[in-house]
Design a protein around this ligand. Structure first.
Ligand SMILES: O=C(NCc1cccc(CNc2ccc3[nH]ncc3c2)c1)c1cc(-c2ccc(F)cc2)cc(O)c1O
Ligand SMILES: [Mg+2]
Length: 214
């Protein structure tokens, strides 16, 4: 019977990475997606920009919307200080099951809580379910038409504080034009664009970093 792409990515990790070594998991996924089959991980070029923003913010509480295979969850969690937490939201149960295994293989499962469901349902429950008062860092990488409604929802739920950093993937490809319009024309945010390329390709893409000003 046919395997899925996430299952094939997990197999590549189990074959080529070292258990408990997050950097080897990241390299194994990037190698597989460069040489065997493309997949929608943030990738190594945009991933390095993600690393630099996470290191600069050094967040205690992180929200990721869109786990996929867990590649960016591993990238983020490996940089977090002890006691810091990443909550990552995945809608698709089959993908979540794979991501859980990849996160565990990397050995950073103690820093990561993977929650199955949709952002719209889960964001209003963050405070009561996880005792979160606000997020220090948010990585948006789920359905691109959810970036605006979910940013508004995060504001309404009081989950942003002065200085919260939002980083959005794919603002050029596949694109999130409404998000760019919303966030760049909103005086409650200070935004900056980081040009890069769509993972594993030469196609133009980039990340939009926005600081909530309160
Ligand atoms: O679309 C994308 N990613 C989002 C996505 C997509 C599918 C399924 C899910 C299921 N996960 C999910 C859904 C809804 C959710 N709500 N809350 C959590 C949550 C989680 C998520 C994407 C596409 C491309 C791309 C494709 C093709 C191409 F030619 C160029 C570029 C590149 C990327 O880097 C991308 O990130
Ligand atoms: Mg993406």
């Amino acid at each position: 019977t046919q395997t899925t792409r996430p299952q094939r990515i997990l197999k590549a990790v189990q074959k080529n990475a070292t258990k408990g070594d997050p950097d080897s998991v990241i390299s194994a996924i990037d190698h597989y997606c460069k040489h065997s089959e493309w997949a929608m991980n943030v990738g190594d070029e945009k991933g390095s920009i993600l690393d630099s923003v996470v290191s600069e913010v050094n967040p205690s509480t992180v929200l990721e919307l869109g786990t996929y295979c867990g590649y960016s969850a591993v990238r983020i969690a490996r940089l977090l200080s002890p006691g810091s937490k990443l909550i990552t939201v995945e809608f698709n149960p089959a993908i979540a099951a794979i991501a859980k295994q990849i996160i565990a293989y990397a050995g950073i499962q103690d820093k990561v809580t993977l929650v199955e469901g949709s952002s719209g349902d889960l964001i209003p429950k963050m405070k009561e379910c996880f005792g979160i008062t606000s997020f220090d860092f948010i990585f948006l990488d789920h359905w691109k038409d959810r970036y605006v409604p979910d940013t508004k929802l995060l504001e309404e739920c009081g989950l942003l504080r002065k200085g919260t950093v939002l980083l959005a993937d794919n603002v050029i490809c596949p694109g999130a034009p409404e998000y760019l319009k919303y966030i760049r024309n909103n005086r409650r945010y200070e935004s900056r664009y980081y040009p890069a390329h769509l993972e594993y390709t030469k196609v133009e893409d980039g990340l939009e970093k926005s600081i909530f000003l309160g």
